[in-house]
Ligand binder design. Structure first.
Ligand SMILES: Cc1cc2nc3c(=O)[nH]c(=O)nc-3n(C[C@H](O)[C@H](O)[C@H](O)COP(=O)(O)O)c2cc1C
Length: 248
């Protein structure tokens, strides 16, 4: 009796230890695998933390950029009378230009025609005579450009500025920057929430600080990238630039 009991006890003990060994494998294996999975996930997570979120950041920024253009495009289709202009411009558009010697004027006209925009000429209340713009003679223009606070009066006002979503301002470069009358124009209206864009012509000077100084006058507007054009720039070049800048 004793030896069969001892035998069965031994058998039971062997069985139990075998079972315990099996169940250990079963529980440790998922933990090990789990750790392996976790680390591979976190490695993946890390790699996606460097690629995926960066991608989505890009996507976010581009989608917020496209939100801007979409909302403008929406308002464009809401207010614009022609489907063509709605697709080319960003909402109802005004092209305002100052052109004392006539170089900037045709470029402003090309832009207005291409965008089916309203064209507005900024003219000085006291017109600039030839003597006034004979630069480097301490002429009126020279003095105004030296004086940051100079604000030459404008002869006429834009009616219903509120209606415009986008305002494009074209001007010459006078002593490296926009003529002070452009500052007068920018300070004459509330451009908050509007899209603003400037372009200029010059004999040779680059855009320089011109656009940056104008942007500081209307911080609550969305400013698109400005550009300097050579005198005699073609219609095609202006249209190409408008496409690039309005629909990047
Ligand atoms: C008062 C004055 C200052 C000027 N300053 C510059 C200048 O700093 N750099 C430049 O390249 N051209 C300068 N120009 C030339 C004009 O920028 C250029 O002729 C421009 O195309 C004129 O545009 P508008 O004919 O539309 O007035 C100046 C012209 C004037 C009248």
């Amino acid at each position: 009796m004793k030896s069969p009991t001892l035998f069965s006890t031994l058998l039971l003990a062997l069985f139990l230890s075998l079972f315990a060994a099996c169940s250990d494998d079963g529980s440790s294996s998922p933990t090990g695998t789990g750790e392996a999975i976790e680390s591979s996930v976190s490695q993946d997570g890390k790699s996606s933390a460097t690629s995926s979120p960066a991608t989505s950041k890009n996507e976010t920024s581009s989608s917020s950029e496209s939100t801007v253009s979409n909302s403008s495009a929406n308002s464009s289709s809401a207010t614009s009378s022609s489907a063509t202009s709605a697709s080319k411009s960003r909402g109802k558009t005004l092209v305002a230009y100052f052109s004392r010697t006539g170089n900037t004027k045709p470029l402003a006209e090309y832009a207005a025609e291409y965008l089916d925009a309203t064209l507005f000429e900024i003219t000085a209340k006291i017109p600039y005579t030839d003597e006034d713009i004979a630069y480097y003679t301490d002429c009126r223009a020279d003095r105004e450009q030296k004086d940051e606070s100079a604000r030459p009066e404008i002869a006429t006002a834009v009616e219903n500025m509120d209606e415009y979503d986008t305002v494009i301002i074209a001007h010459p470069i006078w002593h490296g920057i926009a003529p002070r009358i452009i500052s007068t124009f920018l300070e004459s209206y509330d451009f908050s929430g509007k899209t603003l864009l400037t372009f200029c012509t010059s004999a040779s000077s680059p855009l320089g600080q011109s656009a940056k100084l104008l942007q500081e006058l209307t911080p609550n507007s969305t400013w698109l990238e400005s550009k300097r054009f050579a005198i005699g720039t073609s219609r095609e070049e202006i249209e190409e630039w408008l496409e690039d800048v309005l629909h990047p």
